[in-house]
Design a protein around this ligand. Structure first.
Ligand code: MLT
Length: 272
């Protein structure tokens, strides 16, 4: 179940779930500032929703049980995922990522394309940070340094969860609040700086030759539908799914719809 690997910088931790022989490996990469609990609903529905699929669900370095990198970057996170796949005996996998996980999935494609069977890009975008976004990141880093992670959580919730969830699911709002509050300050500061310096992945899109599912919550204000449209129009072999009643964390907010979309994509575009 839980696996760990000692890398030069420290420990990498992940969950390895499902059958190993003849299974299709699906890697799910969380966003910022999450941990592998982001995928709770996909794990819960695993056997029924994704039969014959092996799930590999890591904590990025600096989050959950994984040690921070000395110099965090999207490339460094992507290489940690490649090391996880090596340790798991997985040469190729479907790489899925949400938001920051999507930035890392695109970096993984640039660095390890031969190891990618297909991509699932959820609530994410290709563009780099604007100057305004960079200034916001610096403010967040400063706030976490001075007052800890708890201080940024109330401001993050409205951006992370759609209006439907915030209105109708106080229990889910509480679960997400708990996940964000437990993010280690060092991981948050490192990942915010790494995202601020990430490159523009727009030129990468036309290089993607594997089947790609682009999925976005209709109420996502952080990486809105327009970002998903830019992704899906940039990748030639792609399909777009817009998830009603979901914000930025669509796999948690509307799991049945997201699970069905991923399962159909795996059956038709990847296995088919
Ligand atoms: C995420 O959910 O990973 C973040 O919103 C991404 C970002 O801040 O760019």
């Amino acid at each position: 179940m839980e696996q760990t690997l000692a890398l030069p910088h420290g420990l990498l931790a992940w969950d390895d779930l499902g059958p190993h022989r003849d299974a299709l490996p699906l890697v799910l990469l969380h966003g910022f500032p999450h941990d592998r609990a982001l995928w709770t609903e996909q794990v819960a529905a695993h056997a029924a929703a994704f039969p014959g699929t092996r799930l590999l669900i890591p904590d990025f370095p600096g989050f959950g049980q994984s040690t921070p990198l000395a110099s965090p970057s999207m490339d460094g996170y992507a290489d940690a995922i490649a090391a996880m796949m090596d340790a798991s005996g997985v040469p190729r996998a479907v790489i899925g990522g949400l938001s920051m996980g999507g930035y890392v999935a695109l970096a993984f494609w640039r660095r390890h394309a031969a190891r990618v069977k297909a991509l699932v890009l959820m609530d994410t975008k290709a563009a780099a940070d604007t100057e305004a976004a960079k200034a916001k990141r610096l403010g967040l880093i400063d706030a976490v340094r001075r007052e800890g992670v708890g201080t940024i959580v109330p401001g993050l919730i409205p951006a992370q969860l759609g209006v439907t969830t915030r209105t109708a699911s106080p229990e889910l709002v509480e679960r997400v609040t708990v996940m964000l509050r437990r993010a280690p300050a060092s991981g948050v500061i490192g990942a915010a700086g790494a995202m601020m310096h990430r490159i523009d992945s727009t030129p990468t899109l036309e290089t993607i030759t594997v089947p790609t599912l682009v999925l976005v919550g209709e109420e996502d204000t952080l990486t809105p539908v327009s970002d998903a449209l830019a992704l899906s129009s940039g990748v030639s072999n792609s399909r777009l799914v817009i998830v009603g009643g979901a914000g930025h964390l669509s796999p948690l907010e509307q799991p049945a719809v997201v699970n069905a979309a991923i399962a159909e994509f795996l059956d038709v575009a990847v296995r088919g």
